[in-house]
Design a protein around this ligand. Structure first.
Ligand SMILES: [Zn+2]
Length: 305
């Protein structure tokens, strides 16, 4: 199997059917490098989330809201158990271009550019440049049926190339104007808004991810992602609440929202088999009762709620 075929398969194979390319990966440094590149993008997201979780802010009680946090780096480790996990993660997160099957009767041809699919490999490697980039951009900003797929090619390119400003522009345009039903993209976009300090935006696009959560067809991946989304929302709400307190503004509303989102986070922790301690602390600090803020671990499952 050629490297080109492997690159294609990295984002078209279902997660449970990657076995056929394992042999090639074991013997090909080039493809291993690409997988690592993709996996780094995924792990960066998890790292960001872990950072937010480890922030003292989450453990800060109401009375501590005005004290400056002294953040202690977490001892979190990237839980990647092998290149295969990385592939699965990258394939699920990066892009899910349909290989030209659902386009309808018309051939998937872009005027002057050739087939859109022929740009995927370059985009996945972050090396879509010059005329290639221009062609794909023209399609992405056109009005044709392929603007969604073209935009996904741009998204993949910007993400892998680390061009995050451009990535965010395209991600927002895609979610707002083309298709809001991609939970991975909404999730990633929400996280980036959170990092940029756009807390209201982070909550809104995380909501979008929840609405589209049916798109996470793998059950264990889905619960993990929902947990991540809920954590983003709780973190954003907590920051907004804290800003109100620090500015001396009325904070009842932002506190109440923090509580509601902390409860959502708590529930998602139970569903995802995650430690709900941080969510529980936030819940309590936002005024929840010890009963409603009790970490619902294994004990709550099977209780029919
Ligand atoms: Zn190869």
């Amino acid at each position: 199997m050629s490297c080109e075929v492997i690159r294609e398969q990295l984002h078209t194979l279902p997660l449970n059917e990657l076995e056929p390319i394992r042999e090639h990966l074991d013997g090909c440094l080039d493809c291993q490098g690409l997988v690592r590149l993709l996996a780094d993008a995924e792990s960066a997201i998890d790292l960001d989330l872990a950072d937010f979780e480890s922030e003292r802010a989450f453990a800060g009680a109401w009375s501590e809201a005005e004290t400056e946090p002294s953040t202690v780096p977490s001892n979190w480790r990237f839980p990647m158990t092998g290149v295969f996990v990385a592939i699965a993660a990258a394939a699920s997160l990066l892009l899910a271009l349909q290989p030209g099957t659902d386009v309808g009767p018309a051939p998937a041809v872009v005027p002057d550019c050739g087939e859109l699919q022929s740009y995927e490999a370059k985009a996945m490697a972050g090396s879509l440049e010059g005329d290639d980039f221009q062609c794909v951009s023209d399609v992405a900003y056109g009005t044709g049926d392929q603007r969604g797929d073209a935009t996904r090619v741009l998204l993949a390119h910007h993400w892998t190339a680390g061009e995050m400003q451009a990535w965010q522009t395209e991600a927002r345009r895609y979610l707002d104007e083309i298709d809001a039903s991609d939970p991975d993209l909404a999730y990633k976009f929400a996280l980036h808004l959170l990092k940029q300090g756009d807390d209201e935006g982070a909550i809104a696009y995380a909501d979008l991810a929840i609405e589209a959560a049916a798109g996470w067809t793998d059950e264990s991946l889905a619960s993990k992602r929902v947990y991540g989304v809920r954590k983003i929302q709780a973190s954003a709400a907590q920051k907004l609440w804290r800003a109100d307190v620090e500015a001396g503004r009325p904070a009842d509303e932002s506190r109440a929202r923090t509580l509601a989102l902390a409860l959502d986070w708590l529930e998602s922790a139970a569903d995802a088999d995650k430690d709900g301690a941080k969510a529980s602390e936030l819940c309590l600090s936002a005024g929840g009762t010890s009963e409603e803020c009790a970490s619902r671990g294994a004990a709550s499952r099977g209780s029919g709620r």
